[in-house]
Ligand binder design. Sequence first.
Ligand SMILES: NC(=O)c1ccc[n+]([C@@H]2O[C@H](COP(=O)([O-])OP(=O)(O)OC[C@H]3O[C@@H](n4cnc5c(N)ncnc54)[C@H](O)[C@@H]3O)[C@@H](O)[C@H]2O)c1
Length: 425
Amino acid sequence: MIKNTVLQPPALSAQGPGATGRKIRFVSIGTGIRGCDLLRSARQVPTGECVGTADLYTMHQKAGQEAYGADIPTTREYRSLLDRKDVDAVIVACADHQHRRVVLDCVAAGKDVYCEKPMSHNVADGLAMVEAVQKNKRIFQAGSQRVSSIVYKKATEIYKSGRLGEVTYIEAHTDRNSPSGAWVYPVAPDASPETIDWATWLRDAPERPFDAERFFRWRCFADYGEGVAGDLYVHLLSGFQCVSGINAPPARAYSTGSLTHFKDGRDFPDLLATLYDYPGVAVKMHCNQNNASGEAMVFYGRQGTMEIVDNTVTVTPQDTSPQPEGYSLNGWTAAAKKKYLEEWHAAHPEPAVKLGEVETYSAPHGYDDTADHLANFFHAVETREHVVEDEIFGNNAAIACHMANHSYFQRTVATWDDSTKTMKG
Ligand SMILES: NC(=O)c1ccc[n+]([C@@H]2O[C@H](COP(=O)([O-])OP(=O)(O)OC[C@H]3O[C@@H](n4cnc5c(N)ncnc54)[C@H](O)[C@@H]3O)[C@@H](O)[C@H]2O)c1
């Protein structure tokens, strides 16, 4: 028997900024793929209002306006947005190598920040961002939206209830098998040094002549992205941190992998597999861009197994009732086996406890966890209440991504030294 439950999301307005009913006025820096998705989701959230955008590429500026469905002011130079006194908060959705600079500018200007995942491009960037956010006493939320998902909330509730028993092993993966899944994104026909401010985009990365492929496929290159670790592990790691309550970098990471198919000049492997040591739990993670197994996270407990696949959590109880030995009696005589079983049943008179049902919990069709993540952020901006996925949480997830890459590229075990906040190995 399987018991299926459809989870009900809270009304987005119910996650409002509080008694004042005021809308949080925000601007968006970076209105490419993700920036536009965020603006589309923001349209559903009544507690926030976009009042400006910035992007370095003309088409993305227009796409941002289209995504929000309003003629909001847009600029190439984000500093003018940060000078505006009527702006409470900023969504940062530019490429990863720009996160540090943009976030530091935002918090120095007194703005709260929603920064896309992975929070940092490298360990030093993440530490500098944590320090700046805390020094300026800003609300910061990293953008791994699963942390606000009703599906992960349910999984967290189940995990914390102890129903799974002791969990010592967690497995997670995101696999996809298409050029798009490996970031072979088309170069837009209008891309040129006139439509893209290449010099600004390149800031904080090594200089090179205009290269539209790098602009659109930045995830493939170590100067701007972190490969599958920064793009995909970070979601799994944030989900794992959220459900398990473990909010720390792993003590150790060991990666293997390969680049077998997408040999297009990229810096990163198209298969990465990592073993992590977290307190009390081993985590195995992989991303394979050559097999479409999708996304799953499995928590293996002594009393039950919990699996999150897309927008569904499934809990399968383990049968831990006492059982007479079977297999090893194959080498016993019939008489010895009979005697053992008679004695065993006499010693275990209770009928076996009935095994619980398999339970599933799913989000309704069309559920948008990004809208919930934005609503949580707007709520925190108004109330100054703490967000779960704050700068420490986001930084810890990002550090685990950097450790996975470090281990792969250095062919070593990466370790985290918390006393010096450094990655070793
Ligand atoms: N949470 C998610 O599910 C999710 C999904 C996709 C991407 N992301 C993250 O979102 C971020 C953006 O990814 P993307 O796919 O949208 O990339 P993208 O290249 O499509 O868009 C990034 C945009 O940022 C702009 N930009 C860069 N630096 C800028 C600056 N200094 N000022 C103004 N604009 C600037 C670029 O011009 C570009 O248009 C990345 O950090 C990525 O990892 C998150």
